[in-house]
Design a binder for this molecule. Structure first.
Ligand SMILES: NC(=O)C1=CN([C@@H]2O[C@H](COP(=O)(O)OP(=O)(O)OC[C@H]3O[C@@H](n4cnc5c(N)ncnc54)[C@H](O)[C@@H]3O)[C@@H](O)[C@H]2O)C=CC1
Ligand SMILES: Cc1cc2nc3c(=O)[nH]c(=O)nc-3n(C[C@H](O)[C@H](O)[C@H](O)COP(=O)(O)O)c2cc1C
Length: 171
């Protein structure tokens, strides 16, 4: 099997638009978090999503030892927070820039994010440079904000929808 070059792969992947989340953890191995776009829904029974984390990430030890994560889906106004959690900034400086609470697992929940999925890590599969985390969702939080942050073409964008069933954005 012949692989394409990593740069060709990245150039093609840059054409996939993706929601942006901050994945957090807390517990005996400490608090950590990183910006992530490699997240998707696996099954609703049992409610499971997957997160791909680079083993070189500063958050890797905390995430895999604590075995809990919260996937905080970002709204448009969180672009500066996304950049902060995107690398090279000490963990405490990242968390100081926003308000956090907790749900079931103790992983930090971003107060005003579009949606938060609080999870226990059920399985981990190693693939190349990354670990794929299969995460069982034990609690969720939703806001009425519908202007989500999207990463596409190596840049941030906003996409908004109006859902008459939602109460609207109160922030
Ligand atoms: N899945 C990941 O680990 C991602 C990591 N990043 C990080 O942010 C940096 C800047 O990204 P871009 O501005 O989008 O330019 P880029 O050219 O480095 O990446 C383009 C696209 O390729 C994919 N990608 C990039 N690095 C990857 C990696 N190590 N493993 C798997 N997929 C990867 C992502 O879909 C990304 O949007 C990257 O170099 C990487 O360090 C960004 C997006 C996803
Ligand atoms: C838009 C965006 C999406 C990213 N998606 C992921 C991802 O899905 N998985 C991942 O391991 N790193 C991802 N990263 C990179 C991490 O946020 C972070 O840069 C990396 O963990 C290294 O940072 P650190 O070791 O200084 O914490 C992404 C970065 C950006 C800006």
């Amino acid at each position: 099997m012949q692989d394409v070059a990593p740069q060709d792969y990245r150039d093609a992947m840059a054409r996939l638009g993706a929601a942006v989340s901050i994945v957090t953890t807390d517990g005996g191995a400490g608090r950590a978090g990183f910006t992530a776009s490699a997240i998707c829904s696996v099954t609703d029974d049992p409610p499971t999503l997957l997160v791909c984390i680079n083993r070189g990430s500063s958050a890797y030890a905390g995430v895999t030892r604590n075995k809990v994560v919260c996937v905080n889906v970002l709204s448009a106004r969180h672009e500066p927070l996304s950049r902060l959690f995107g690398g090279k900034v000490p963990a405490e400086e990242r968390f100081a820039a926003a308000a956090w609470s907790t749900l079931e697992t103790g992983a930090p929940v971003l107060a005003d994010c579009a949606a938060a999925f609080d999870c226990r890590i059920a399985d981990i599969v190693n693939v190349g440079t990354h670990d794929v985390l299969f995460c069982r969702v034990v609690a969720v939080q939703k806001s009425g904000c519908t202007d989500n942050l999207i990463y596409f073409g190596r840049a941030y964008h906003t996409v908004g929808v109006t859902d008459p069933a939602e109460p609207g954005c109160s922030f």
